[in-house]
Design a protein around this ligand. Sequence first.
Ligand code: ADP
Ligand code: ZN
Length: 630
Amino acid sequence: MKPSSNWSTADIIATVRRYWGYSELRPLQEQAIRAGLEQRDSLVVMPTGGGKSLCYQVPAELARRTDIVVSPLISLMKDQVDGLRECGYPAAALYTGMSPQAIHETEEQFVAGRYRLLFVAPERLLAPRFLQFIERIQIPAFAIDEAHCISHWGHDFRPEYRRLAELKARFPRASVHAYTATATERVRADIAQQLHLNNPAVLVGTFDRPNLVYRVIPRVDTRLQVIEVLRRHSRQAAIVYCITRNDTEGMASALQDHGLRAAFYHAGMEADDRRRTQDAFASEQIDVVAATVAFGMGIDRSDVRCVIHAAMPKSVEHYQQETGRAGRDGLEAECVLLYSAADALRWESLIEKSARDAKDPAEVIAAARGLLDHMRRFCTGVHCRHRRLSEYFGQRYSKPNCGACDFCLNEVEGLADATVTAQKILSCVTRVGEHFGAAHIVDVLLGADTERVRRWGHEKLTTYALMKGANRKALTNMVYQLLDQDLLERSNDEFPVLRLNEASWEVLRGQRAVRLLQPKKKVAKTRFDEQSWEEVDPGLFESLRILRREIARERSVPAYVLLSDATLRDMARLRPGSPAALLRVRGVGERKLADFGQRFLEVIASYCYDNRLPLDTGDSNRPYGERRRK
Ligand code: ADP
Ligand code: ZN
């Protein structure tokens, strides 16, 4: 084998261009690829969409060897192999559920050295029969994808990953390369230690995802607000995360009632039903999935344009992971979190319930509360969301204004008479003797005629109907905002009641001003969004999407595996008029050009003819991102 110093950067780029049609490497990709070529152990941490797969795909091809990739999910493996094959890159996967015949053939091809990469699940890799089989062949390198699954500090712990610790002992001459998007230091250390990495090259990228727009909005009416956000993403892929299984089902049917193509997904479904939802989403038959956290790793659709949290997740790690599923193609995507302090309380009780069976419940509860508290502060704080996320994961954020969060876009709207509203709520709490919960306080303020109001004679209070005509949900949200700001207390009983504290009295005495947020009325357009559509003809982009769907169906692969949205937008921007020009579009390699390039050229030519648009426009060898980012 050629020592790695013999491979120049140009060699690496030539391979990347030939198979994937990219002409530049992303940050850290070259170092990671070199570690692979040198067979030096490595730990590569890049955010979702950062381009980790290229780091193990390129070395195997350049060095003409067959490496093994360990991947946790069949759907992930299949997508990867399909995608590689569409690029003309020889790869295969072995997984449970394949016919013995197919397994046999794949193994034969593998032994004959026909593949550059073989994908396997960890339990398969470590099965005695397979171990014996590969011990006969010298495997030069193992790539461990989603390596955080080995750590129980991570959010996706998989017991079968634990046994990967045996790899180094069994294959002392092979290098091991771990890849993850998980940002925490503890998980990283755990990965290196458990895999027994030997003096690894540790390459840690920036976690910030500049193409994601973060918004946190006070939740007043969940479904209405979700639909409002989804309207901005009509016919685009979106995920709505809910806390419980029931929530996902209710949400999906509400969305369907509004004419959206939606389905639900949670771990309580039959495997077949889950697969059906996943497949429908992958093949663009539905646009929106309402899901619990169970919907995740298998979803490789790179064109998810919107992720909504209908409720607050239980940690910043979860939030980062779930929002991370948006915009993997590098194009803009919107992440909206509908926040209410009620979520924190709901999580508190779920945490306590689930800790009951733990060995050391107090410790488990304390840890979970700590994580929850960080998440709550992320939601309630008035600060740049990008900065906050970067800093949470221990990285500096240097931009003074990210231009891509509700705070920096100046969208956060305070209620004009917040202090007066707060005083009305607080005085109602004292009038009922600090013996009632939020729902009753709201009833009294609205002047509701309920059995309970009559029983306690609360219709005679001065605060009765003090806020008649106000929106019930909006008012409830404000009560929770006061709780959140510690301007009001809530007892910790089975039937919690609201009580005043020192700060409440300061508000009542007019010694303290209150700030209450209301749902945003306006949403600013981001610069990123404008730029990524610059010079793109939207009609042409849609025509290209239709053609992509058609070809994907013929070839039985998901559309996003065939070509990314970023590539289609580039095509709709450059409007190539010849094969050579098409090859200059980012994401079109030699194989794709040969397999279906002509069909894209035809659609582009006829669209341009019909709409009197010139062909071959723009600066074709530099995509917009690089062109602007300077
Ligand atoms: P990760 O595994 O880190 O989440 P992927 O490897 O799936 O990310 O890459 C995300 C997307 O970025 C893919 O569509 C991939 O083809 C693309 N990509 C990777 N490297 C480059 C590059 N150097 N230039 C342009 N696009 C790239
Ligand atoms: Zn910001």
